[in-house]
Write a protein that binds this ligand. Structure first.
Ligand code: ADP
Length: 342
């Protein structure tokens, strides 16, 4: 409801208009009414002329448009083409808005359906691959018509072991991603020193990837965040495993700086092939993978989605910068406080 044209007593105006609006809606037609409420010769507000018109969208009434004139002249039923024209236009605006809303909800439904299709396709493909290896090598080892020497047996068992780990990781990722999506992933916050955390990240990465050259540059010490240590470790493990997968052979640079009094900045940089710029804005979307890459590099496109959700849950931000042929840098900004400088 909106009052136009008079500054005073607008609430009372709205109330008067409401009775007529109801009448228009009940009768589904134009209403012309006049109301005398005392001596209007001294106060023209006491003589009220109403014109109420239905607002109709696609055959359905969605509201009413009410004009009120104080003190006259009365509305002439044979001369209300302009208000009718205005009502028709307002109804068109309503219709337009309804269509836009419908369109965007259809679009959202369609995206969800596509996502679910992609989800099933990606997940079943990704689950089937390690499962295929496990089944194949286990069946081979169980064959009774062949004996395997110790080193072959060991090789096959190692493959089974690694593929089972991969399956585990995949299922964990899927569960995390759906818990993050539904907001049911619990984080347990505690004070974490960023320099110590990054040193641990480097140690873990070195023991995991024997040939990885990694450089840690701590420009700030004693910075502390409130964070979930397991989840924060997951973020960096994922960024480093991406660097190993997508920038093979490149050195990785991990750097901590203090952005301002309350913000820490951590960057993870590689000198790999980089990512074409048109893909950058999608990189943190669930299941997004840059197409036409070396197809032997396995992944689900969940890693960066999970990273962003975790960083967001810590009140921070993560983004990416990449130049083809030069490399990729992930930037993480986290709210921090100056802890004890030990
Ligand atoms: P996944 O590794 O399972 O595919 P991620 O969400 O971790 O999923 O990464 C999404 C995509 O981003 C990857 O498929 C890859 O194409 C690209 N990407 C991630 N990190 C890098 C990197 N350091 N260099 C080049 N491309 C990368």
């Amino acid at each position: 409801a909106r009052v136009v044209g008079r500054g005073k007593a607008s609430e009372a105006d709205l109330e008067w208009g409401e009775a007529v609006a109801r009448e228009v809606i009940d009768s589904a037609g134009n209403v012309i009414r006049e109301e005398i409420d005392g001596d209007f010769t001294k106060n023209r507000m006491k003589l009220r002329y109403y014109l109420g018109l239905p607002l109709t969208v696609g055959g359905h009434q969605v509201g009413a448009l009410v004009f009120i004139r104080y003190g006259g002249p009365p509305f002439d039923p044979s001369n209300i083409r302009i208000p009718e024209f205005v009502a028709a236009h307002i109804a068109l605006l309503f219709e337009h808005r309804q269509l836009i809303e419908r369109l965007s909800s259809l679009e959202a439904e369609r995206r969800l359906e596509n996502l679910q299709d992609d989800f099933v396709a990606t997940v079943s493909h990704e689950l089937r691959t390690p499962l295929g290896f496990i089944k194949g090598y286990a069946t081979t080892l169980l064959r009774e018509d062949t004996t395997w020497d110790e080193s072959t047996r060991k090789e096959f068992l190692t493959i089974i072991d690694e593929e089972a780990d991969r399956l585990q990781e995949l299922i964990d990722n899927l569960l995390d991603s759906s818990r993050l999506q539904s907001g049911t992933l619990k984080m347990e916050f505690q004070p974490i020193r960023l320099d110590t955390m990054l040193k641990d990240v480097v140690l873990r990465a070195k023991s995991f990837y024997e040939n990885l050259a990694i450089e840690l540059d701590l420009q700030a010490t004693g910075l502390q965040i409130q964070g979930d240590p397991t989840r924060m470790a997951q973020v960096f493990d994922n960024l480093l495993s991406n660097a190993v997968k997508y920038a093979p052979g490149s050195k990785v640079f991990l750097k901590l700086t203090q952005e301002d009094e309350h913000r820490a900045h951590i960057s993870v940089k590689d000198n790999g092939p980089g990512i074409p710029s048109n893909h950058l804005k999608h990189l943190f979307t669930r299941f997004y993978r840059v197409p036409n890459r070396n197809s032997s590099v396995r992944g689900t496109g969940l890693g960066l989605f999970i990273c962003r959700r975790i960083i967001n849950a810590h009140g921070g931000e993560i983004n990416v910068e990449s130049t083809l042929g030069e490399g990729t840098t992930f930037h993480i900004y986290l709210p921090c406080e100056k802890g004890l400088s030990i």
